[in-house]
Design a protein around this ligand. Structure first.
Ligand SMILES: NC(=O)c1ccc[n+]([C@@H]2O[C@H](COP(=O)([O-])OP(=O)(O)OC[C@H]3O[C@@H](n4cnc5c(N)ncnc54)[C@H](O)[C@@H]3O)[C@@H](O)[C@H]2O)c1
Length: 251
């Protein structure tokens, strides 16, 4: 019950990695807001029929008004915001494509959701965290910008921007008692990935062979690192991004 009485917002928390993060915090006593553009309410009801500890809010993180509503819902329902996990992102639906052939609209949408989505969600919660004099923001990145993965330039650029924002935001918010860190997963068997056999065929074996720990990476593998950055144990750490990939890339 490490997070009893704390409020945790997880964007993209209805399924995949976000859903596992929600379940991890719930088991440790937190009150949760699932902010997702699909199935937020259903996911919340599935985990807590009473609605006392888990609420869903329909939110597209690339919309400023949606993210403001997300923060307001958390505050109205639970009275404080302790942790924001910026997990919502576009990944599994992207088809590996040569740089010259990437659709420009897709490129813009990836940047809008993966980069602006994290910036807007952070901006929505920071006024409350400043008032509290304390808060944690955890940005879900990816191993791809560390490795320089080809054929996904828009995605890799978006996660490189996430890593940069983690550092800059940590500097901007540190004096307010708000710590900002990132977690960068390797190729993970999330719900989105499992629904995309083409991606599994291309990446499962190659990712597994590149790891020290010889098994598939599962959404639950990411939860411990996220909870660590939300906990007292990491109270002197900020601006860092931890690669969680079974030992494929040493960062
Ligand atoms: N699965 C992987 O291999 C992998 C690896 C590294 C990083 N990541 C990152 O982890 C995060 C989660 O990935 P996943 O594989 O679990 O995804 P997923 O597709 O399984 O789930 C994504 C969730 O985010 C929600 N979402 C998407 N766009 C949104 C938006 N604009 N606003 C609000 N919610 C939105 C979806 O509705 C869904 O519930 C992403 O940021 C992704 O880039 C994934």
């Amino acid at each position: 019950m490490k997070f009893q009485g704390k409020t945790v917002i997880v964007t993209g928390g209805a399924m995949g990695i976000g859903r596992s993060i929600v379940e991890g915090f719930l088991a440790e006593g937190a009150n949760i807001v699932i902010a997702d553009c699909s199935n937020a309410d259903d996911a919340a009801k599935d985990l807590d029929k009473t609605g006392d500890r888990v609420v869903g809010v329909s939110c597209d993180v690339s919309s400023q008004s949606d993210t403001e509503q997300m923060a307001k819902t958390a505050l109205d329902k639970f009275g404080r915001i302790d942790v924001l996990v910026n997990n919502a992102g576009i990944y599994s639906s992207l088809k590996p494509t040569a740089f010259e052939d990437l659709d420009v609209d897709e490129w813009k949408r990836v940047l809008e959701v993966n980069v602006m989505g994290q910036a807007l969600s952070s901006r929505a919660v920071v006024p409350t965290m400043r008032k509290q004099g304390d808060g944690r923001i955890i940005n879900i990145s990816s191993g791809t910008p560390f490795k320089g993965v080809p054929f996904m330039l828009h995605y890799v650029a978006s996660k490189g921007a996430v890593n940069a924002m983690t550092k800059s935001l940590a500097k901007e918010l540190g004096s307010a008692g708000i710590l900002v860190n990132g977690v960068a997963p390797g190729f993970t068997m999330s719900d989105g990935v499992l629904a995309n056999p083409e991606q599994i065929e291309k990446l499962q074996d190659i990712s597994l062979k590149a790891r020290v720990i010889q098994r598939d990476q599962m959404p639950e593998d990411i939860v411990g690192a996220v909870m660590y950055f939300a906990s007292q144990e990491s109270a002197f750490i900020t601006g860092q991004t931890l690669v969680v990939d079974g030992g494929a890339y040493f960062h």
